[in-house]
Design a protein around this ligand. Structure first.
Ligand code: GTP
Ligand code: MG
Length: 334
């Protein structure tokens, strides 16, 4: 299997770039763009900025755009509301004057789908009224759905068609080619495979995408990825993490009452602690300590009591992705 990215020292490094199937999808989108009246961009409500592909945004800039923040059942409600408001105020990045809208929805339950349909109706009415050259009102809207891998494009299409018209899966890269579908309201919709972009300027973006399942797990170090996720959760979602696993609340993980801290090297990012005789006390990275505590509490141990890091990491990532740790948003509206 060909790898597109790997995780090294907390950074997503692209390898073997630009992958052939993503280049092909880009061409597919470019070729079919002239056939459609509007674009539905599906991003992930947990990471509404990181999950927007700048290439797609640029390619489709001239078209009316409906930005869908999908999987809103997994994201924090207040954070999602702030994001929708942000896009409403600032637009979604298509050309000035072009129709744009942003809305949150859940493709699994269908919550929010009616809002999307009414916006599409509205757009169709506008187009008909304007008598657009390519759109004389003699037909219904033609739409294209685009987005990063695993954001739920095909799931949304199945919702809109009311049947299992396209294949979906809990991993990136399920849709491979284009597929035209007819909606009950007469509109036509083109499903496309998810694509990423060649370089993540900000390593956090790569990590966010990996946490949320947009990058194939097979090519990443699961334990390292999980530690990166725990680092973020310990920082921003302390309560949720403590409620699920009983870790991360200060003072709970380790009892520091006997320690006398006599010196911290200001140059060092790791603070070293010393006992009363001046011997350094080994301190464990709190993120690793949290992971080990979770492993012990779940009994994820190998022979001789060694920790099964892989199994623990897999479990934590799965629980995050399925919302078991809570409704968690990883980045917040500016
Ligand atoms: N919780 C939740 N899960 C969702 C939602 N929408 C989709 N999913 C899940 O997300 C996974 C990906 O869904 P797909 O529809 O295959 O995603 P896609 O964007 O078509 O993916 P590619 O074809 O690989 O680009 C599946 O496991 C879906 O069940 C949602 O609103 N909420
Ligand atoms: Mg798909």
């Amino acid at each position: 299997m060909r790898a597109d990215f790997f995780l090294y020292n907390g950074k997503m490094k692209p390898i073997n770039w630009y992958p052939g199937h993503m280049k092909k999808t880009r061409e597919l989108i470019e070729e079919n763009l002239k056939l459609v009246d509007a674009v539905i961009e599906v991003c992930d409500a947990r990471i509404p900025a990181s999950s927007r592909n700048p290439i797609l945004s640029e390619l489709t800039a001239g078209k009316p755009r409906l930005l869908v923040l999908n999987k809103n059942d997994l994201a924090d409600e207040n954070a999602t509301r702030a994001w929708v408001e942000h896009f409403r105020k600032n637009g979604t990045g298509n050309q000035q004057g072009a129709y744009t809208a942003a809305l949150a929805l859940n493709s699994m339950s269908g919550e929010g789908v009616r809002g999307l349909l009414s916006r599409l109706d509205h757009l169709e009415e506008e187009k008909t009224a304007a008598g657009a050259a390519s759109f004389k009102g003699e037909r219904s809207l033609r739409l294209m759905i685009v987005g990063i891998p695993n954001s739920g494009k095909s799931s949304l299409i199945n919702r809109l068609t009311g049947r299992r018209a396209t294949q979906v899966g809990d991993r990136p890269g399920v849709t491979r080619g284009k597929q035209w579908l007819l909606l009950p309201n007469g509109m036509q919709l083109l499903d496309t495979p998810g694509i990423l972009w060649p370089k993540f300027e900000d390593p956090e973006v790569g990590l966010d995408l990996a946490f949320c399942g947009a990058i194939r797990d097979e090519i990443m170090d699961t334990t390292e990825l999980c530690l990166e996720l725990l680092r973020v959760l310990l920082r921003d979602w302390t309560e949720a993490l403590a409620a699920r696993y009983g870790v991360g609340i200060p003072g709970r993980a380790r009892d520091d009452s006997d320690l006398v801290i006599v010196g911290v090297d200001p140059q060092s990012t790791d603070s070293e602690e010393f006992d009363e005789d001046g011997h350094p006390i080994e301190t464990k990275d709190p993120v690793l300590a949290a992971m080990e505590e979770i492993a012990y509490s779940r009994g994820f141990l190998l022979q001789a009591g060694r920790i099964d890091y892989m199994r623990t990491a897999r479990m934590i990532l799965d629980e995050f992705r399925s919302g078991k740790i809570g409704r968690i948003t990883l980045e917040f509206a500016p």
